[in-house]
Design a protein around this ligand. Structure first.
Ligand code: M6R
Length: 364
């Protein structure tokens, strides 16, 4: 049942803190506070590159994974949506790592990509929520997200669980490749262990998010902006808004806005920006100032440290707890999903079963 929530999506949004915690329990040894992976039939220290492929939200989780694996583990990563990866036929040396991400483990495009990678002697590691799925059977190794069943067609908790697994995989890969020393690992693990409590605090911002939703619900088009690992968070926010509120939304890397979409900006196109105080804060802020100067209405997700500097230009602001830069994309995802939910409620759509969509897309 919905446990008193209005929709499964609302219930599942509230499960973020629990699901992140459960997934960490699976991946981190409580005694040593080290990431522990199952036995792998390949060596993370020597895989020449990783190719990440998935669809929809799972693909955006993969994009965050790419930032992490490249930056922290110095592993070269290629990424594409599964329906393109399969036909692109990228040249890959045998022994590369195929990283497939799927909540259901049944998505036809992702499964087809998995099979075509297998044929090229690529090791298959899948990040899956449904542990007895077709993809689980056809992978060399599976890392489970411990999100429990996700009923809402719009993915919520499975996405943060995917990010949690990818964060742990990054730590293990970095350790194996010698790019992260024990002190560095301790710091990143501590940041992850801190997340469930910080995630729970996001729900204190419910009123501010509902206020933002009243502005978004009036719009026909919405622009989402973010830089670095916050760009896929913007993409996730835009997808969620489209899916359940039927409002057109597009996500741009904040720095790319001036190369075209800036001409769209006026008072009728609200801009939702995810801007925690990471090293990319200043650059993103100046992009937002450019948008503001052109009459854009800024709706900004930031943290306690960024709040003062953002409030000068933002029409609405949601202040989240300050967390380690590494885990900021996980925390920042929660409020953008909540925003989409509140807009859909205002619009009165069928939140859990949006038109034209199925929970698991089993055709190519
Ligand atoms: O089951 P999967 O994770 O493979 O599904 C992939 C996408 O179909 C899925 O994430 C879809 O984009 C969601 N409806 C997003 O909310």
């Amino acid at each position: 049942g919905k446990d008193g929530y209005r929709h499964y999506m609302e219930k599942e949004l509230h499960e973020h803190p629990l699901v992140i915690g459960q997934t960490l329990q699976r991946m981190i040894d409580p005694a040593t506070r080290k990431v522990v992976l199952p036995d792998l039939p390949f060596d993370l220290a020597t895989v020449p590159r990783a190719v990440i492929t998935a669809c929809g939200s799972a693909f955006y989780a993969g994009m965050v994974g790419r930032y992490w694996l490249e930056e922290i583990a110095r592993l070269p990563v290629d990424i594409d949506v599964a329906s393109e990866m399969r036909y692109r036929d990228p040249p890959l040396s045998a022994g590369s790592l195929g990283l497939l991400i799927s909540q259901s483990g049944e998505t036809a495009d992702t499964l087809a990509a998995l099979r075509s990678l297998r044929e090229k002697a690529i090791h298959i590691l899948s990040v899956l929520n449904v542990e007895h799925s077709t993809m689980a059977r056809e992978s060399d190794v599976m890392l489970g997200t411990v999100a429990g069943p996700e009923i809402s067609v719009a993915s919520t908790k499975a996405f943060t669980a995917q990010l949690t697994v990818l964060a742990c995989l990054t730590i293990a890969t970095a350790r194996a490749r010698g790019t992260l020393d024990p002190i560095g690992e301790e710091e990143l693990v501590a940041a992850l262990m801190d997340l469930p409590s910080r995630a729970a605090e996001v729900f204190n911002q419910g009123n501010a998010i509902r206020q933002m939703a009243t502005i978004v619900a009036e719009a026909r088009d919405v622009l989402y902006l973010g830089r670095g690992s916050m760009f896929p968070v913007a993409m996730e926010g835009a997808l969620k808004l489209k899916e359940i509120s039927y409002i057109h939304a597009e996500a741009y890397a904040a720095g790319e806005m001036k190369h075209g979409p800036i001409s769209l900006i006026d008072r009728t196109v609200p801009i939702v920006a995810s801007v925690p105080s990471t090293p990319l804060f200043d650059k993103t802020l100046s992009n937002l100032q450019e948008a503001k100067a052109r009459g854009g209405r800024l709706l900004v997700f930031t943290d306690t440290q960024g709040a003062d500097r953002v409030s000068a230009i933002a029409e609405q602001i949601v202040v989240l707890p300050r967390v380690h830069d590494f885990v900021a994309p996980i925390l920042q995802t929660i409020p953008v999903q909540m925003l989409a939910y509140e807009v859909a409620v205002l619009k009165g759509t069928d939140v859990d079963q949006p038109r034209n969509l199925a929970k698991s897309v089993t055709v190519e």
